[in-house]
Design a protein around this ligand. Structure first.
Ligand code: 7TS
Length: 430
């Protein structure tokens, strides 16, 4: 059963191609909102305003239906049945892989490995590529703004092999300096692992330059694009990164599914991550031979429904038009930043020149958790805490921030409600 793209999101009479080529392409946020059933509810007596998209995005109807349709019509295991249902499930599962490939501009589906999420993708690279390439005394270079998922797997690897973790500092706006970055790329650096778009600050890193500088010294680069693929145009061939991870649930897809992109030359040379069914060509007690890419890295029954849901999410993203979506989100972000700057009690954390989708801030006299609770009483969902980026919090000398994170369905009215809520919290606490 094909998941199909939700053509209803297109402005009347326009085809997808016309929309993406058209300079007057409009972004109809009300049509988009209507695609998200969860938004149509009241929370604590108020219309839901969902501003926690960096934690997980809401899901459009087409994604929910694609998952339901797989279980209602086609449920079977993939890659092993001659029967009709297994063949349908396999076709839809593999079509989703092709959709991921196309979205990020990879050369081949051999370079797209389905994983549980960005976290698993990074751990896979650390424990396969890392374990075979990194030796005692070598270095892995990350940045200060990483999510714990892009810190801890490298620390574990460093402990296992006796390597060292090096960290690129960030300035008060939450940006790295390319000069400092370049000076940390040394003879012992075996890999750079960096956020594409920071979940805690919203900083978009200069990934093209970072990759170019690393490659000048033959150092491969992994990009953590967990936040990137729903907010930015991502082309792995253009960026020339060696690895990139993405996360289904942060790009309107389901939880428990993501993808690892790796250049074929690396993936071919890497040992498997886990052993089990589907990742083998033949097994005897004496010897096992491994399957072709990408299956070599996909042991066991995969998250079939998740992959199909991710495929539908990619259809959704493409039907919105990633460019139009970026413009819309940028407008809402800039509107939010200006409104927050107008509140003297508010300090924005993360003011990079190149920024997307994240409003991270602290309010003098109001603990972020109290703010989060007051906003929740008004039906407004934000995240408060360290956002799994404790070193970033430490850099800004705050224990936690409040974070409103924007998706394609958010509006300036959502920001107005957020600002009203913050003002009411300031009144209560100061
Ligand atoms: N990398 C970044 C930059 C992230 O923002 C996250 C999740 C991950 C990795 C982990 O991704 P997953 O696919 O394994 O879930 N970030 C957040 C967040 O900001 N709030 O909750 C989860």
């Amino acid at each position: 059963m094909s998941t199909g793209s939700p053509d209803s999101l297109l402005p009347d009479g326009e085809t997808l191609e016309e929309l993406s080529n058209s300079p007057r392409a409009t972004f109809d946020v009300e049509k988009i909102r209507a695609e998200f059933p969860v938004l149509d509810q009241r929370v604590n007596g108020h219309p839901l305003i969902y501003l926690d998209n960096a934690a997980t995005t809401q899901k459009p109807r087409s994604v929910i239906e694609a998952i339901g349709s797989y279980y209602s019509n086609n449920n079977a295991n993939v890659h092993r049945g001659v029967h009709e249902l297994s063949q349908r499930a396999t076709v839809d599962f593999e079509q989703s892989r092709e959709k991921v490939r196309n979205l990020i501009g990879a050369s081949s589906i051999e370079e797209i490995i389905f994983v549980r999420g960005a976290t698993e993708g990074i751990n896979l690279v650390a424990q396969t590529f890392g374990r075979t390439r990194v030796r005692a005394g070598d270095e892995i270079l990350i940045t200060t703004m990483e999510h714990h998922s892009n810190i801890v797997p490298w620390q574990m690897l460093c402990e296992q092999v006796g390597a060292k973790l090096k960290v690129v500092p960030i300035n008060d706006r939450g940006e790295i300096s390319l000069d400092e970055y370049e000076s940390l790329l040394g003879e012992k650096t075996r890999l750079v692992a960096a956020a594409h778009l920071s979940n805690a600050l919203g900083t978009i890193n200069p990934v093209h330059e970072m990759v170019r500088l690393a490659h000048e010294k033959d150092i491969p680069v992994l990009l953590d694009s967990a936040q990137g693929t729903s907010h930015l145009e991502v082309d792995v061939k253009d960026i020339d990164c060696d690895f990139l991870v993405l996360s289904g649930h942060k790009m309107y897809g389901p939880t428990g599914i993501g993808a690892l992109y790796g250049k074929k030359e690396h993936l071919s040379a890497m040992p498997p991550y886990q052993g089990g069914g589907d990742m083998i060509l033949s097994v005897t007690f004496e010897k096992t031979t491994y399957n072709e890419l990408p299956h070599k890295f996909e042991a066991g029954t995969p998250n079939i429904a998740g992959a199909i849901g991710l495929g539908a999410a990619i259809d959704f993203l493409e039907s919105c038009g990633v460019k139009a979506l970026m413009e819309h989100e940028h407008e809402v972000l800039v509107y939010g930043e200006e409104a927050l700057r107008n509140l003297p009690e508010v300090r924005l954390i993360g003011e990079a020149k190149e920024k997307s989708s994240v409003l991270s801030f602290v309010v003098a006299g109001v603990h972020p958790h109290d703010l989060g609770t007051i906003l929740d009483h008004q039906g407004i969902a934000i995240r408060t805490g360290h956002h799994c980026a404790q070193p970033t919090m430490e850099r800004f000398q705050v224990p936690a921030t409040a974070r409103a994170s924007i998706a394609c369905f958010n509006t300036k009215q959502d920001i107005d409600a957020l600002i009203r809520g913050i003002k009411s919290a300031i009144e209560v606490f100061t």
